[in-house]
Structures are given as C-alpha cells and as structure tokens.
Write a protein that binds this ligand. Structure first.
Ligand SMILES: [Zn+2]
Ligand SMILES: [Zn+2]
Length: 349
C-alpha cells in the first residue's frame, strides 16, 4: 500500500555548531521509496550524540540529531511492505537495506547501501522523522511492551548484549565488565540473562555501582583495585570473559590482565580520539581471543531483543533516570553531557 502525506513541518533537535544543539522547525518531505515517516512517541540522548555534536567537525550544523526512538508509522513510501501506517515501531540506530552483500551476510550494521560507518539514523529527536530501508531497519513493538522498555532495543541493549554474545559466554562462566555506563550496564544485564556464574562490574561512580548491582552484578570493584581483586577472586586464574566498555587504553590492558588463558576480551568501548590502541608486550595478550562488535541491527535482531524485553526477563527501565519533554532537549543535552544529577538516560517525550 502506498500512502502519501503532505509536507510536514516538525520540531527537531539539530546540531547548531560545535558543542551546540538547538530546537528548530524543519520540513520533512514525503517518505521516498523504501522510507517510512515515524511520529515519535519516545526518544533519548546517546553518548554518540554528544560525540557528534562536540567532536566530529565533519558533521555539519543543521543536521537533525538522534538515533534512538519509538514511534508510530504515519506514512510509507513506495515499496515498503513490512510496516504500515498505525504500526508502533522501534527503529534501529543503524540503517540497513537488507539486500547488499553485507546485509546478506547478516552484518547489517555495516550495510553498504547506506554507507557505513555513517549509516547512522539521524533525526529521531524530533516530533517525526524519516527512516530509510524501513523494511529492514525497524520492528513492530509487541502490543503489551511499553515504549520505556522498547527504546533500548534501538541501540545500547543491542551493543551490550552483543558484547556478551560475541564472547560466546557459556552458562556458569565468570565475567568482568569494565565501566558501567549505559552500554556497560546493558552488558551486565546480558551476562545475567545468559546465566554467567559470577558477574564482576568495574566502576567508581556511586549511582552506577548501585545500578550495576540492580542489573545483575554480583560484585562491584573500583577501577584502581580491579585487576588485583579480580585475580584474587578467581584464585589467580582470571575470568573467562572481560568486557571493555569504556574506550581507554588502560581498561583494554586491564581486560587482558584479568582474562584467563584461553579466555576472551570483548571490546565495545569507543576509542576515538585515541590514534591507536596497542597490545602490551608483557604476554597478557597471548593465547586470548579478542573480539569487537558494532551495534548489531536489522529487523530480526530488533525482534529478538524486543522478545527478550517482552518476556520480562530483562528490565532496563531503571536506566531511564529522568523524563523530559522535547521542548527541554537543549537543557537535557547539557545534563547528559555533564552527567548532572546522576543521569543515565533521559526519556524524552
Ligand atoms: Zn547511540
Ligand atoms: Zn545493506
């Protein structure tokens, strides 16, 4: 079914210049071939939004921000078959076409058609936004699942879960997760979901230490003592899996130090602006597996994550520490950037 809407003017959060965002009216065209127009019901700010606004100079002023949202499809373009107006959907943070070689290989996050690495969805922090590759970049939210749960499938839950999945964690194994920011906390929840034996979270910010316990960590240790404590705790052997979720050389090295021979270091931290990540020559990288992952996307992935959330086995809503309106988004960026008031994620309606 093809459905066309008139040109719509929407309020949107845009990058205004280096380090600045603004709320402004933008024109959204009709959805083109393969696109869906989504009316936003819930969105949020991500660490990568701050990175784009503050550090990536190539991203021009005027670009609509935001890539995590839940909403209702309002109109679809030519060729869209899997969603229709009225469907409540979550959109993936990275767009995929479903038919290029990489999508065919299941590597939707590096879809060639939408140009990795900038196949990022833009414009979700707005009253409405367009999603390209709609048939492969969004999933219908199960009826009973609230927006506050569903939104996590868009980005950080997928990355956090992938950190554990790529490490091929087996039931009963020991995991250490370095840094409990939003992605690290999702990795902690994933370790719990996949029935890790012992989950050790590494963190020093009190609210995050508390949240780590709430989401499944058995022990929370401070970064300075992490290596010693984890080695003592494991009888000098080290953990089966260590997750790097901070993006620093020192945490990467500490992950290697606490991982047993034959174990796996799973790296999801973003290391820019580091020019290089180096392996220590003290032998801690020998006979370990090192894996990395982008945020896995695609409709099937979204459906699977929504299914996990819908089962009630994983509840990430405690991460939504604050609630704001779209009108307050400029102040919300400021709060999120400066981690004011113990903020983790802000639910923006
Ligand atoms: Zn993000
Ligand atoms: Zn593709």
């Amino acid at each position: 079914m093809q459905y066309q809407s008139p040109m719509v003017k929407v309020r949107a959060c845009v990058k205004k210049g280096q380090g600045k965002v603004a709320l402004t009216d933008i024109d959204l065209g009709d959805p083109g071939p393969g696109q869906a127009l989504v009316r936003t019901t819930l969105t949020t700010i991500c660490g990568s939004d701050i990175h784009i606004v503050d550090h990536i100079e190539e991203v021009p002023a005027g670009l609509p921000m935001g890539h995590e949202s839940v909403g209702v499809v309002e109109a679809i373009g030519e060729g869209v078959e899997r969603v229709k107006p009225g469907d409540r959907v979550v959109s993936a943070c990275l767009l995929s076409c479903g038919h290029c070689v990489r999508c065919q290989n299941g590597e939707h996050s590096v879809c060639q058609t939408f140009g990795a690495p900038m196949n990022l969805l833009f414009g979700a922090q707005a009253e409405a936004f367009l999603v390209s590759g709609a048939d492969h970049s969004m999933a219908i939210v199960p009826g009973g699942l609230d927006d506050r749960h569903a939104i996590f499938a868009a980005d950080i839950m997928s990355t956090g879960f992938a950190a554990i999945e790529r490490a091929r964690l087996e039931e009963g194994q020991t995991v250490a997760i370095f840094a409990q920011g939003p992605v690290g906390l999702c990795a902690t929840a994933a370790a719990k979901y996949y029935r890790a034996g012992v989950i050790v979270a590494v963190e020093s910010i009190p609210e995050r230490m508390e949240m780590a316990r709430r989401l499944g960590a058995d022990r929370v240790v401070r970064p300075e003592q992490a290596v010693d404590e984890i080695m003592t705790m494991t009888g000098g052997f080290g953990v089966d899996v260590a997750v790097e979720a901070l993006g620093k050389q020192v945490t990467f090295e500490n992950c290697l130090r606490v991982t047993r021979y034959g174990g796996t270091v799973s790296s999801v931290g973003v290391y820019t602006p580091l020019a290089a990540l180096t392996l220590p020559t003290d032998g801690t990288f020998l006979h370990r597996t090192i894996v990395t992952t982008l945020c896995p996307v695609g409709t099937k992935r979204l459906q699977r994550l929504l299914g996990i959330l819908d089962s009630g086995e994983v509840d990430l809503t405690p991460l939504l520490t604050h609630e704001r309106k779209l009108d307050d988004i400029v102040a919300s960026y400021d709060m999120f950037r400066n981690r004011k008031d113990g903020v983790m994620k802000i639910a923006i309606r």
